[in-house]
Design a protein around this ligand. Structure first.
Ligand code: UT7
Length: 322
């Protein structure tokens, strides 16, 4: 049987750190409120000149180095991002050029916080059907560029970062199962209401910002993780006990704890980085994965479950033997 196997992982966090205390200076909020309601303590934010492609590129280079693959071997690049450098070309094409990869397919997937699991799902399908041998899957975001820094309901939540994996065709497992879903009914609960085709609100100086009904999104996220848990049980012979590590999208520590509870996973087997990274949307899962592999918690042969939920609404999961 043919599988897509994770051959290498890398990540990149911008150097600049903004703490909750820093936000207290400009917003009607407190460090205590943010920690209690979200678990977030700090977030990394890009500086002038840094972009989604520049941090995505570094994450990709690190993943390729770990995997020991050269630019000539990459035949597919998919970037999951809601904050591309430009309307076009795709951020994947910009990264492709900077990596010196020639002739591969390269495109972006726009599934908001589910971008990485959507991109993994696609890359897995390419590999198991013979459409690619070595794929670069990147989750990269510069959400700070679409955050309204005057809105305490959203400004406290988001951060920037990038993570990447190299997937290689293999006859040993690999990615076992992927699921991706969407329900467009809830468009306005979490969206950027301005944009290229609907136009920009002139009162906001041409800017586009995230708007969210936080509480409604929170409740939906928790309910969706319940569905992901049920779907995952059906895929596992030994049930959820087969999972060694749960690597969820990092939006809010309360959502992560509720999801872990639904899955029956003790928090010791959950990778949580939301305190350090905040919500980095499509980058949050590969960032958490890279951290846990580097610090030795996740070992080769472990069974991992990635699960994400985000604007759209979109959601999905990946069951993988690392
Ligand atoms: O990646 C997927 C997308 N995003 C998410 O999954 C985020 C989902 N939502 C959340 O994480 C939470 O809903 C929030 C952290 C955004 C908010 O927590 P909450 O427990 O749902 O609070 P709330 O929105 O119900 O607001 C409670 C109170 C309100 O005051 P009143 O009306 O009770 O007087 C808010 O105005 O907290 C107030 N509040 C704040 N207070 C201090 C809202 N934001 C802040 C803030 N600092 N930053």
């Amino acid at each position: 049987m043919t599988y897509a196997r994770i051959a290498g992982i890398g990540s990149c966090l911008p150097e600049k750190v903004v703490t909750n205390k820093d936000l207290e200076k400009t917003l009607d909020t407190t460090d205590e409120w943010i920690r209690e309601r979200t678990g977030i303590e700090r977030r990394h934010i890009v500086s002038a000149g840094e972009t989604t492609s520049s941090i995505g590129l570094i994450a990709a280079q690190r993943a390729m180095e770990v995997a020991g693959v050269s630019a000539a071997e990459i035949d597919l690049i998919i970037v999951g991002t809601a904050t591309p450098d430009k309307v076009f070309p795709a951020t994947a094409c910009i990264i492709q050029r900077r990596l010196g990869v020639k002739g591969s397919a390269a495109f972006d997937v726009h599934a908001a916080c589910s971008g990485f699991v959507y991109a993994l799902d696609l890359a897995n399908r390419f590999i198991i059907t013979g459409g690619a041998k070595t794929a670069l899957v990147i989750g990269a975001e510069t959400l700070s560029r679409i955050v309204n820094w005057e809105d305490r309901g959203t400004a406290i939540l988001f951060g920037d970062g990038a993570g990447a994996v190299v997937l290689e065709v293999s006859d040993t497992p690999g990615i076992l199962v992927t699921h991706i879903h969407a329900d467009g009914e809830f468009e306005e609960l979490l969206h950027v209401p301005n944009g290229i085709s609907v136009g920009y609100d002139k009162t906001r100086a041409g800017q586009a910002y995230i708007e969210m009904n936080g509480n409604a999104v929170f409740r939906r996220a928790v309910a969706t993780f319940d569905n992901i848990a049920r779907e995952t049980v059906a895929d596992l012979e030994g049930g959820l006990a087969d999972i060694d590590w749960f690597v969820p999208h990092q939006a809010n520590m309360r959502i992560i704890k509720a999801a872990a509870k639904k899955l029956g996973m003790p928090m010791e087997r959950v990778i949580a980085t939301v305190n350090e990274h905040a919500n980095t949307s499509g980058a949050s899962i590969p960032l958490a994965l890279d951290l846990a592999v580097r610090d030795g918690r996740i070992q080769r042969g472990d069974t991992l479950l990635f699960a994400a939920f985000g604007a759209g609404f979109t959601w999905g999961s990946t069951l993988v033997i690392y």
